[in-house]
Design a protein around this ligand. Sequence first.
Ligand code: CTP
Ligand code: MG
Length: 160
Amino acid sequence: MTDLLALAFSSFVIIMPAFIANSVPVLARGRHPMDLGKKMGDGRRVLGDGKTFEGFLAGLFMGTLAGALFGYPIHSFLLALGALTGDILGAFIKRRIGIERGHPAPILDQLDFVAGALLFLYPVYPVSLDQVVFIVAVTPPIHLLTNYIAYRLGLKKYPW
Ligand code: CTP
Ligand code: MG
C-alpha cells in the first residue's frame, strides 16, 4: 500500500506540469491559430483553430511555473513543452484523418500530451516503467473528468 502511494505521489509530481500545460490553454481564449489559418493539400486545416499561440504560451508559462514552484524548473519546462507539442501533433493527426477540431479521437485526445511530455523529459530524467504505466492508466479518466467540468463551466464546446 505504501509502495502504491509512493508510486502515485512520484507519478503525480512528474506529470503535474504537463497536466497544467494541457489545461491552461482553454482559459487563454486564443485568437491566433498556430497554423496561421492555412490548409494542407487534403483541403483541411494544418492544425485548426483549437491550437493558438496564446494557448501555447499560456500553457508553457503556467506549466513551467508550476514545476518551478516545486523546485524543478528545467524538468517542468520540458514537460510543458512536450505536452503542448504532443497535443499539437495529436491535432495534426486528427486533421489528416478527417476529424474536425473539437471532435473526439479517443485515446489520442487523452494521451497525446502525456506521450509528448514523457518523451521530452526522458533525456534528462528517465521516468521508470511503473511510473509510465501509472500515468497512462490514470490520465484518461482525469482528462475526461476535467474536460467535462470545463464543458459544464462553458469553457469548452464539447464535453471531451
Ligand atoms: N488551446 C489553445 N492553444 C493550444 C491548445 C489548446 O488555444 N495550443 C485551447 C483551444 O481553445 C482548444 C482548447 O484549448 O479548443 C482545448 O484544447 P483541445 O481539447 O486539445 O482542443 P480541441 O478544441 O479539442 O481541438 P483539436 O480537435 O484540434 O484537438
Ligand atoms: Mg487535444
